[in-house]
Design a protein around this ligand. Structure first.
Ligand code: FES
Ligand code: FES
Length: 159
């Protein structure tokens, strides 16, 4: 077992886990942050996406111990002071989910995109979201939601 501290959603959290255990497993099974989902476990679906220093990262693909120096943000960390982030609100407004299993990963990927590209074209949105799989076929509404979030943020709405 290794002992280390992870910075998750702004809080230093003590973790006791084997060094090779994935960040996804540590988040879900040791820190009870179950908003991050297990899909394929092979880096192919995006359900497990979190932010590492602002960048969308597949948490199933990296050992948690490798993330000790990173700022980790999960879906639970996006809301602040009772307010949803612009992306979260836009997904709600557009109804951009059905079963919701892919939604956390989608929202984190979109958040990463908009932090680097605040006003993306539709093509840039499609390209950025392409690695996130939605089995319910809500991609058209997801693309609309990301565009809406960009518009909302540009007008000084939620983060
Ligand atoms: S569970 Fe990590 S990419 Fe599918
Ligand atoms: S809403 Fe069901 S997998 Fe995307």
């Amino acid at each position: 077992m290794g002992e280390f501290i992870l910075n998750v959603n702004g809080a230093p959290l003590h973790v006791s886990a084997p060094p090779e255990e994935s960040l996804l497993s540590v988040l879900r099974n040791r820190l009870n942050l179950t908003g991050t989902k297990y899909g394929c476990g092979e880096g192919q679906c995006g359900a497990c996406t979190v932010l590492l220093n602002g960048l969308a990262t597949r948490s199933c693909m990296i050992p948690a111990a490798a993330a000790v120096k990173a700022k980790i943000v999960t879906i639970e960390g996006l809301e602040a002071d009772g307010k949803l982030s612009a992306v979260q609100q836009a997904f709600l407004d557009e109804g951009a989910f059905q079963c919701g299993y892919c939604t956390s990963g989608m929202i984190l990927s979109a958040t990463s995109l908009l932090s680097k590209t605040p006003n993306p074209s539709e093509e840039q949105i499609v390209t950025a979201m392409n690695g996130n799989v939605c089995r319910c076929g809500t991609h058209p509404r997801i693309v609309n939601a990301v565009g809406r979030a960009a518009h909302f943020a540009a007008k000084g709405g939620a983060r």
